[in-house]
Design a protein around this ligand. Structure first.
Ligand code: BES
Ligand code: ZN
Length: 636
């Protein structure tokens, strides 16, 4: 590192900040995909999880040139950042976490001073990287990501389906991308980007941008892949995957990537994607990103899906053979509007991404598969809210708006309560008016960040329009800032699962549901059944149920997970081997964490099992999953 500046950084940054108008305003352009998106300046839009000071200097474009090193499990190269800044700004603050910075220059190659500030390990905020750019408005950073960069997972060949080649994927949301990209890692600071990535043959690289031409053979056993995202995106949406993968087109604008041995199954599972895009466009306006491709990753992927633009990342665990879990695709696709087009300015507003998307997902499912299936999914979501509220009461974390100082209570709030908020508004104002408003919301704020307050103000300006009675009926502030479920909630149809609920009520008196009836149920119905059963069932009861329904042998992972969790909570030894293979092969946190938590809750029976399995499976998990499971199993 070069010697540190003579002037304190704070002084450099703040030079002239007393003036109130920002010259940057002249280079922002509202609603255009590739223009410099505005930075929100209200107090509720200040991102406490970023060190950036975008009012002073902000990144507008990132150009990456990186080499993937599978042997060293790391990547490195250069990032060239374009900057928009106040005339008097002499420094820019970036986010970084574990990056090794080798050299920083301006666009002309002159070395620039920089400093990495104090590291905040807790929560992954990392350390500020402050570059003294002087008059320069472009900087070039030569750097290397740490071997254990949390965004990246480097898989050994054994962790892939093919077993022959290594694999890499990234996960940026929420604040992990600062472990491999030195930029301002804040959802309110949109950036366009481009990348050149080199990888050893025969691996193929994909990113959340449009591939530019065919890969270039470098003659040294490596190939270079180029990508471009010409629409400004929040930087958590920059993503990469590389492996022995193949592509299958599904329509002119949609397709799927996966390892060759999985491609048939993957393509069959997502066969309805084009229809989903058509339905989504019909609902809320044009799909603005060009292509919609997906990649089905190895099972170590820690989430169900991630809405990386033009390249949704998917877990293989949603492949059930019958499209029954393809709500996941509808969800990630819907993020192309809620999340990627209109983006939560700060993570406290996550419900703007996830709640709106969950509502939108349900509407896509209704378009494709009808009201009944959509109502069932909605009823499952409602039960999820009720279960969570029964557990935590009206804790502050049950408000949609989730400021930092409040303990989050899980996905039931930002996903399901968020969706129920929109469902409730829809039921009150009517579908036609609601849909027109939601489409216009996406349109008004396209390619921009938004806050909860902006959403409420927008509803008031465009839907309520001074109608005091309507305002009162909507209970907008209660929904967003208040705990629990407001009294006006539009409940799911009570009979969405009439037959299943009757079968649940008949247990244990009439034994488990008949296997023929079980076979006739769809996955939502089976999940409802498994969730509805009494929490305590003895070994004989579990054995009988498994014999007749074949649960341990099941191949639908949502159902298998519910069954294993129920059986483990009852210390049922017979499912331990299946649990162990499941935990050894699946890294999806939503499944892995609760199974370990259940085992850890079962005292001297479960804790040794959990510790033994985790010692074996931990190395195969992504940092997102180990971060949670470490706390569960090791109490750290
Ligand atoms: N954007 C999320 C995944 C995410 C959320 C990553 C928060 C990091 C932080 C994604 O769209 C999502 O919600 N995935 C769900 C699936 C969905 C069907 C509810 C998942 O992974 O389970
Ligand atoms: Zn989501």
């Amino acid at each position: 590192m070069r010697p540190i500046f003579t002037l304190p950084l704070a002084a450099l940054l703040l030079t002239g900040t007393a003036c109130t108008t920002m010259p940057m305003d002249t280079v922002t352009n509202v609603g255009e995909p590739n223009m410099v998106a505005p930075i929100l300046t209200s107090a509720d839009a200040v991102d406490s999880s970023s060190y950036a000071q975008p009012q002073v200097a902000r990144v507008t474009h990132v150009a990456l040139d990186l080499a993937l090193d599978f042997a060293g499990k790391s990547l490195g190269g250069t990032a060239v950042l374009d900057i928009a800044a106040r005339d008097e700004a002499e420094a820019i603050v970036l986010d970084s976490n574990g990056l090794r910075i080798d050299l920083v220059t301006d666009g002309a190659g002159n070395a620039l001073d920089y400093e990495i500030g104090a590291m905040v390990a807790e929560g992954g905020k990392g350390a500020p990287l402050t570059i003294r750019m002087g008059d320069a408005r472009q900087v070039r950073i030569a750097y290397r990501a740490a071997e254990n960069a949390e965004a990246l997972q480097w898989l050994s060949p054994a962790q892939t389906a093919g077993g022959e080649h290594p694999y890499l994927f990234s996960q940026g949301q929420a604040i992990l991308n600062r472990t491999w990209i030195p930029t301002q890692d804040s959802p309110g600071i949109r950036q366009t980007w481009e990348a050149r990535i080199t990888a050893p043959k025969p691996l193929t690289v994909v990113m959340s941008g449009i591939a530019q031409g065919a890969p270039e053979d470098l003659g040294n056993g490596r190939r270079a892949f180029r990508f471009e995202m010409d629409k400004s995106v929040p930087p958590y949406l920059i993503a990469i995957a590389a492996g022995d993968i193949e592509f299958r087109a599904l329509s002119d604008r949609t397709g799927v990537w996966s390892e060759p041995s999985m491609l048939d199954a993957a393509a069959a599972e997502v066969a309805d994607t084009e229809r989903m895009v058509v339905a989504a466009e019909k609902l809320y306006g044009p799909y603005r990103w060009g292509r919609y491709d997906m990649i089905v990753l190895p099972p170590a992927f820690p989430y169900g899906g991630m809405e990386n633009p033009v390249m949704t990342f998917l877990t293989p665990t949603f492949i059930a053979g019958d499209k029954s879990l393809n709500g996941l695709v509808a969800h990630e696709l819907a993020h192309s509007w809620s999340g990627n087009l209109v983006t939560n300015a700060v993570w406290a507003d996550s419900w703007l991404n996830e709640g709106v998307t969950s509502y939108f997902e349900n509407r896509i499912l209704e378009e494709l598969y009808g009201k009944e299936r959509a109502e069932q999914e909605a009823a499952l979501a409602f039960a999820n809210i009720e279960d969570t509220l029964a557990e935590v009461g009206n804790a502050p974390g049950t408000a949609l708006y989730q400021p930092e100082n409040v303990d989050p209570v899980g996905s039931a709030i930002i996903y399901d309560k968020g969706a129920y908020f929109l469902r409730t508004v829809e039921s009150i104002v009517g579908r036609e008016r609601f849909d027109a408003w939601l489409e216009s919301w996406f349109d008004r704020h396209a390619f921009e960040p938004a806050t909860s307050a902006m959403m409420l103000a927008d509803i008031r300006a465009n839907l309520v329009r001074g109608d005091a009675a309507l305002e009162e009926r909507l209970m907008l502030d209660e929904w967003v800032y208040g705990p629990g479920l407001p009294g006006n909630v539009a409940r799911p149809a009570a009979d969405a699962f009439a037959e299943v609920d009757a079968a649940v009520a008949a247990y244990p008196a009439s034994g488990p549901v008949a296997s023929a009836r079980w076979a006739s149920w769809n996955s939502a119905e089976r999940q409802r059944y498994l969730r509805g059963l009494p929490q305590e069932i003895d070994a004989a009861g579990l054995a009988r149920m498994d014999r007749s329904l074949g649960l341990t042998q099941g191949t639908n992972n949502e159902e298998l997970f519910l069954w294993l969790n129920l059986a483990l909570a009852n210390r049922y030894d017979a499912v331990v081997p299946r649990t162990e293979t499941f935990l050894a092969n699946v890294g999806r946190r939503k499944f892995v964490a609760p199974l370990f938590a259940t085992l850890m809750g079962e005292g001297e029976w479960g804790q040794p099992i959990a510790r033994r399995i985790y010692a074996r499976t931990r190395p195969s998990y992504h940092a997102v999953t180990t971060g949670t499971v470490d706390r569960i199993v090791n109490g750290s």
